[in-house]
Ligand binder design. Structure first.
Ligand code: SF4
Length: 515
């Protein structure tokens, strides 16, 4: 039975709780999904999007009138909360009669605010998010005679033939806000597959453990099935996502204290090996992973994957100053981080290391900030994601002495953003003259195609005479030969060859599992 949370500010609080089908008794004719936040949110909403498509429900722009709008919120910063509330307001304004379902981390930690923002909306807690898929499945009768297989059912699933306008319904935030919303263009090429949820690390600034709960992993069979479904849908690249994916344990491990495992059933490295052995995944990436989880076992599995495991790791750093790291409750020193990066670079040739950094954490004085920037320069990352510290109610960092004023935070974030641009441009220049395989994602107005190379550098390349007009989702071998004058962080290149197109099975997709 789905456990939908009744809206606490509903005018009729004595109204019965929603029935099993909290979305409605009837299937929607059109639906929209507005997604904010991290790759885990993205993977969850991709699952919902695929299900709706499978059921023959067109996904429309949330501003254009939808029967059903699902808003997946984020609370990583106060700006993310505000954007989430705005998204709900906009969804309701544009769709006054729609069923609006609000879920995700922001509504989880502050449901009463959302109840005021839209008293008619259904609020669904994170624990029950999977129930949305179960309800959609029931509403769309996907397993029944009227489902896609049966007479009169919806059309069988086709490869994702049109971009998902719904997934770009919220404007992209600046990198400082830490909210990415660039997924419309990557929906058909990369699939974000969730392997794990929650976190028990309790970094002192982070509200995610409260919003997402303790860590838990999906069983390997579930992940394998999701990856196979993504491949069937035509995706050429799979990104394994989770809140703290290095704690992946196969889903049935004995629990230890504070996020440790007394006994692990399967490690992330073991999962990677199974994916490589048991699926035809062509390109595998990891979303961000805590540096202490990048151990020899994982590096060996990654190195053994050859061209299928991409040379790119996103390792949150947060600060290069040991005092700040300690007060953040991070579980490494700057030196341990640097040594782990060194080991990873030795194991994986051409590795691109991206790091996250927070500007203006309480107690970060000028000297600590300078130590941190010096450390980052020495690290020579391929990319840097910059966040401004944002006090999240109830977290220990809000009570710490030495809160940094907003002006200083902004100035430090600006300095870090400049460093990030320099680092990306330098890494892009270093790759010139090399051939790399690029997953083409988007056509530029000048006719060139851009996409991410194996090392995550964005490359723009002109098609050759005789290349197909539509190269979206093609994997091209590209020689990087210059830096784009319009964007110093983008390489330009020549297409040398195209991989054969991926065979897309036309069989209806089975349901996606959600953790
Ligand atoms: S590891 Fe730390 S920052 Fe990451 S989700 Fe867990 S508590 Fe938050």
């Amino acid at each position: 039975m789905p456990d939908l949370v009744a809206n606490p500010a509903s005018p009729d609080t004595s109204a019965p709780r929603p029935a099993a089908s909290g979305l409605s008794a009837s299937a929607p004719r059109t639906a929209a999904i507005v997604n904010l936040g991290c790759k885990v949110n993205q993977s969850e909403m991709e699952a919902a999007a695929r299900l709706l498509r499978q059921g023959g429900v067109p996904l429309v722009d949330p501003a254009r009138g939808a029967d059903l709008v699902i808003v997946n919120t984020c609370t990583v910063t106060s700006a993310a909360d505000e954007k989430s509330r705005q998204a709900v307001r906009r969804a309701r304004r544009a769709n006054p009669d729609a069923r609006v379902v609000v879920t995700g981390c922001s509504v989880q930690v502050d449901p009463s605010t959302y109840a005021r923002v839209d008293p008619a909306a259904r609020l669904v807690d994170n624990e029950s998010k999977a129930a949305i898929l179960t309800e959609l499945e029931a509403l769309l009768a996907l397993d029944g005679p009227g489902g896609p297989d049966g007479p009169g059912g919806a059309a069988p699933h086709a490869p994702l033939a049109a971009a998902l306008p719904t997934l770009s319904g919220v404007e992209a935030a600046s990198p400082v806000d830490g909210i990415a919303d660039d997924r419309a263009s990557v929906e058909r090429t990369r699939a974000f597959v969730k392997v794990q949820d929650g976190c028990s690390f309790h970094c002192t600034y982070c509200i995610i453990p409260r919003a997402r709960g303790a860590e838990r992993s999906l069983a390997p069979e579930v992940v394998l099935a999701d990856v196979r479904r993504a491949l069937v849908a035509g995706h050429r690249e799979v990104v394994l996502t989770g809140i703290n994916i290095g704690t992946y344990d196969g889903g049935w491990s004995e629990r230890g204290a504070r996020g440790s495992h007394a006994r692990s059933a399967l490690t992330l490295a073991g999962l990677v090996r199974r994916l490589l052995e048991e699926t035809e995944v062509e390109r595998l990436r990891l979303s961000s992973i805590e540096v202490q989880h990048v151990d020899d076992e994982l590096l060996a599995a990654w190195a053994d994957g050859g061209p299928r495991t991409l040379p790119h790791l996103h390792l949150p750093l947060q600060s290069g100053d040991d005092g700040v790291l300690r007060r953040m409750g991070r579980r490494y020193t700057a030196d341990q981080y640097a040594r782990a990066v060194e080991r990873a670079r030795r194991a994986i040739p051409g590795l691109a290391v991206h790091a996250d950094v927070i500007a203006g954490f309480p107690s970060e004085d000028d000297a600590a900030f300078e130590r941190s920037t010096a450390f980052i320069r020495g690290l020579d990352p391929a990319g840097l994601h910059v966040f401004r510290y944002s006090a999240r109610p109830g977290t220990p960092a809000t009570r710490m002495a030495g809160q940094v004023d907003e002006r200083t935070k902004k100035a430090r974030a600006a300095e870090l953003l400049a460093l990030a641009a320099e680092a990306r441009a330098a890494f892009t220049r270093r790759g010139l003259g090399t051939a790399t395989r690029v997953l083409l994602e988007q056509r530029l107005p000048d006719g060139r195609w851009t996409g991410h190379a194996e090392d995550h550098v964005v490359v723009a390349a002109a098609p050759r005479l005789g290349d197909p007009a539509d190269l979206e989702n093609a994997v091209a071998t590209v020689r990087r030969d210059g830096v784009d004058p319009e964007d110093p962080e983008r390489a330009t290149g020549r297409i040398l060859a195209l991989d054969p197109p991926r065979r897309v099975l036309r069989a209806p997709l089975p349901l996606l599992a959600a953790g």
